[in-house]
Structures are given as structure tokens and as C-alpha cells.
Design a protein around this ligand. Structure first.
Ligand SMILES: [Zn+2]
Length: 158
């Protein structure tokens, strides 16, 4: 209870990262791009985006929702998903104050639901192989997050 604020902030930050990854996965599946590609670029002018233009929510606000290079508008859906994932993780940390794994599982479930809803809305029918790839990627992301929360718990309890 003593470190609830720190845990919640930590979870909210992880939620931002997970929301950003969910956006990237959804965009790559929708655009038939390789899920494993690490480069991030503007879909309009193809300019590669530096790290400071990829900070969840903050970059969108600083750039006022437009590409730095071609000024093309960026959909507000991206920061909304990132902020939502952050809030879900923060809420999960508050609800499951004694269990970091519980918070991670709630966040993971929320992201999977988002991806499923997004694909259904766009009538995208990804192959079983791609869906398996998305699920494995999301679960893979949960492992370092769960480990980070576990280490935080250990550090806070001692
Ligand atoms: Zn651009």
C-alpha cells in the first residue's frame, strides 16, 4: 500500500509502451507489412521517424497531430489507444495492488481485445499465422514487463 502510487505510475508507463506496440501491430497487419520490421516512418512522406517523434501521446501533442516533415495529419486514434492502455494498466495496478502478474494479464487481455475489435471494424481477416504472431509478440512483451514489476515489488518490499 505504501508504494501504490509508484506502482501505479510504473504500470501507467508500461501501458503507454503496450498501447504504442498495439498501434504498431494493428497498423502493420492492416497494411500487410512485416510485423517484425523495426523501422518507424510516416505513411505519407515515408520519412523515417526519430525516437523523439515516437514517444507515446507526448509526440502527438508536441507535433499537434501532424507529421513533422510533410505536415500530414496523424489520426488521434493512436494517442487515444496509448492513453487508454496506460489507464487500463494504471487501473489494473490499483485493483490488483498485491499482484503484478494480475495487472499484466489484465493489460494483455485489453490489448488483445483492442486488436480484435480493430480488425473486425476494418473487416481485416488476418491469417492464423499472423494472429499467432501477434499473440506471441504481445505475450513476449508481457514477460519483461512482468519481470520489471516483479523486480519493483522485490525492491519495494525490502
Ligand atoms: Zn510525413
Amino acid at each position: 500500500m505504501k508504494y501504490l502510487l509508484l506502482r501505479t505510475l510504473f504500470s501507467a508507463a508500461f501501458g503507454l509502451v503496450i498501447g504504442c506496440c498495439a498501434n504498431t501491430l494493428e497498423y502493420r497487419l492492416r497494411s500487410e507489412l512485416a510485423v517484425s520490421d523495426n523501422s518507424c516512418y510516416c505513411p505519407v512522406c515515408r520519412h523515417k521517424l526519430p525516437l523523439h517523434d515516437q514517444i507515446p501521446v507526448i509526440s502527438y501533442l508536441l507535433l499537434r497531430g501532424r507529421c513533422r516533415y510533410c505536415r500530414a495529419p496523424i489520426s488521434p486514434r493512436y494517442p487515444i489507444v496509448e492513453a487508454s492502455a496506460s489507464m487500463i494498466y494504471a487501473l489494473a495496478a490499483l485493483i490488483t495492488a498485491e499482484s503484478a502478474i494480475g495487472a499484466v494479464l489484465i493489460g494483455c487481455g485489453a490489448v488483445i481485445v483492442y486488436l480484435a475489435a480493430s480488425m473486425a471494424a476494418r473487416r481485416v481477416k488476418p491469417s492464423a499465422l499472423k494472429l499467432t504472431g501477434v499473440l506471441l509478440t504481445l505475450l513476449g512483451l508481457q514477460i519483461p514487463i512482468a519481470f520489471g514489476l516483479f523486480l519493483l515489488n522485490v525492491a519495494l518490499l525490502n
